[in-house]
Design a protein around this ligand. Structure first.
Ligand code: PEP
Ligand code: MN
Length: 342
């Protein structure tokens, strides 16, 4: 349930309510809105709790949260959330471009690609060091070496970095390098991993699972939020359908639906949905037009040499053109574009 405090309730009054929530064996989650404070009291089973809390000083009313994803829902937090990724706000007024290669293959290659991505308008650098591959015989990523290259190239170019963590026992290691953890589609229901990144408090990019409903997806988001980590960004990257012309089916409809129910930022990954570079830009444009807060896109200047996902990588010129188009689409909604740091 949520405890809605009276307008202007003083801090000691709010603290007292939080104390009582803890005493009742519930977990408090505080959401400070522009006008009033709302306190989520998670774990309640008894209606009697509602009456106890309602009687406290400073409480306006206590209402149950109807959605199963309590902290992700707009019932708990009405305003859009913004997540700060190494100084770049995601989910605010400005659209954010995250770009880079699918996998980090060498330092030189990463530096080259990152440079053109930044020049084209990417504020955040992506790149996989630990790669989830369908075949165990395919390139699995450079691991820690890849993370070191990412950190170094990211620092040189003043680009925060996002990279995938695949296992709960590698969260500490990956967390030493990245500004944002990526949870891949194949791990979107790895609950232990979600709890572990939730405990770090560091920004998390949670991809939608390959065959996940929106409700299941938001329940996965809830795992991270329930550990007290509000720095969560969602990402639609295509789901499995019977269609075979594209790698996955880009579910553009999930963007307005998720925006309706949930306060978290959501970006789109047109690369893994399309699977082919000629379709990537159209999906990215559709995602931004549908209300997404940004994109994460794979780019490469020599895709024929790529060890992973070369066919879907945007060439530099395509990337530059796309960013220009996204800027114009953003303007329709009064949104700007997060500028790369200088
Ligand atoms: C990726 O971003 O390179 C990736 C593997 O994405 P997904 O988990 O969405 O397939
Ligand atoms: Mn990829």
């Amino acid at each position: 349930m949520i405890v809605i405090m009276q307008h202007g309730a003083a801090e000691p009054v709010i603290d007292h309510v939080i104390e009582r929530i803890v005493q009742l064996g519930l977990t408090p989650h505080v959401s400070r809105g522009q006008f009033r404070t709302i306190i989520g009291a998670i774990g309640d089973k008894q209606p009697v709790h509602q009456q106890i809390l309602e009687a406290l000083e400073g409480v306006e009313r206590v209402v149950p949260i109807m959605k199963p994803y309590k902290l992700a829902s707009r019932e708990f937090h009405d305003e859009n959330s913004t997540v700060n990724v190494g100084g770049v706000p995601v989910g605010g007024k400005d659209l954010v471009i995250m770009a880079g290669p699918c996998a980090v293959e060498s330092k030189e290659m990463l530096a080259r690609i990152a440079a053109f991505c930044k020049a084209g308008g990417a504020a955040i650098l992506r790149g996989g060091a630990f790669k989830p591959r369908t075949s165990p015989y395919d390139f699995q990523g450079l691991g820690v070496e890849g993370l070191e290259y990412l950190r170094s190239v990211g620092d040189d170019l003043k680009m925060p970095i996002v990279s995938e963590v695949m296992a709960a026992n590698e969260v500490e290691l990956v967390g030493r390098y990245v500004d944002m953890f990526q949870i891949g589609a194949r791990n979107a229901q790895n609950f232990q991993l979600l709890k572990e990144v939730g405990d770090t408090g560091k920004p998390v990019l949670l991809k939608r699972g390959l065959a996940m409903t929106i409700r299941e997806y938001l329940m996965s988001a809830e795992y991270v939020l329930a550990r007290g980590n509000r720095n969560l960004v969602l990402c639609e990257r295509g789901i499995k359908t019977f269609e075979t012309e594209v790698r996955f089916t880009f579910d553009v409809s999930c963007i307005p639906v998720i925006k309706n129910y949930c306060h978290l930022p959501i970006i789109v990954d047109p690369s893994h949905a399309a699977g082919k570079r000629e379709y990537v830009s159209a999906l990215a444009r559709a995602g931004i037009a549908a209300g997404a807060d940004g994109i994460i896109v794979e780019c490469h200047d020599r895709p024929e040499e790529a060890l992973c996902d070369g066919p879907q990588a945007l060439l530099p010129e395509m990337f530059f053109e796309l960013v220009g188009q996204l800027k114009k689409i953003g303007e329709v909604f009064g949104r700007g574009m997060a500028e790369p740091k200088t």
